[in-house]
Ligand binder design. Structure first.
Ligand SMILES: CCC1=C(C)/C(=C/C2=NC(=C\c3[nH]c(/C=C4\NC(=O)[C@H](C)[C@H]4CC)c(C)c3CCC(=O)O)/C(CCC(=O)O)=C2C)NC1=O
Length: 161
């Protein structure tokens, strides 16, 4: 896993140099966003199940996906889908705290599309659900933190597409 700080330090280290002004400005803005990130993570942790319920209501409920024959039909598959959304939200929260998406590549996206394809989990509907989580969290967190979380939800949808 990478984070905003190690990424900047590593790129200076390979050149054997101190951080230049551009690097220091990036570091400064990451430090300045620290409280915003921490507050957002607290709100996301406290509201995770509500966020997921609302996102499912907006994107998947009463569609072909939840009807007989749909991939979320039966309690077992419904629960698997909710669990996957919870993984996405939790790892997107970690990535937002780190200011770096690499944890999503390592823990979530690596092999996921292939797994979904082999199980018949519909990717388009999954992407709609992740976009709905992005909208619900933006409503909850407000514009600035919502925009930052949006970066990591978009990273998930790009990795699935
Ligand atoms: C922490 C990293 C991690 C991820 C990401 C993960 C995903 C993951 N989701 C799975 C299944 C599944 N995922 C879904 C999800 C959905 N179906 C839909 O129609 C919706 C659109 C969507 C929810 C948004 C479903 C229904 C299954 C069960 C499919 C089946 O067994 O038929 C499976 C197969 C094994 C299992 O059922 O547990 C994996 C590995 N597992 C992990 O360890």
């Amino acid at each position: 896993m990478q984070d905003a700080i190690t990424t900047l330090i590593n790129s200076s280290d390979v050149q054997g140099k101190y951080l230049d002004n551009t690097g220091l400005e990036k570091l400064k803005s990451y430090y300045q966003s620290g409280e915003l990130r921490a507050k957002a993570a607290i709100a996301l942790g406290a509201n995770a199940s509500t966020i997921i319920t609302q996102a499912v209501a907006r994107s998947l409920m009463y569609t072909d996906i939840t009807a007989p024959g749909g991939n979320m039909y039966t309690c077992r598959r419904y629960a698997a889908c909710i669990r996957d959304l919870d993984y996405f939200l939790r790892y997107a929260t970690y990535a937002m705290l780190a200011g770096d998406p690499s944890i999503l590549d390592e823990r979530i996206l690596n092999g996921l599309r292939e797994t979904y394809n082999s199980l018949g989990v519909p990717i388009g509907a999954t992407i709609r659900a992740v976009q709905a989580m992005k909208d619900v969290t933006a409503d909850l967190l407000g514009a600035e933190a919502g925009k930052e979380m949006g970066v990591y939800f978009d990273h998930i949808t790009a990795g699935l597409s």
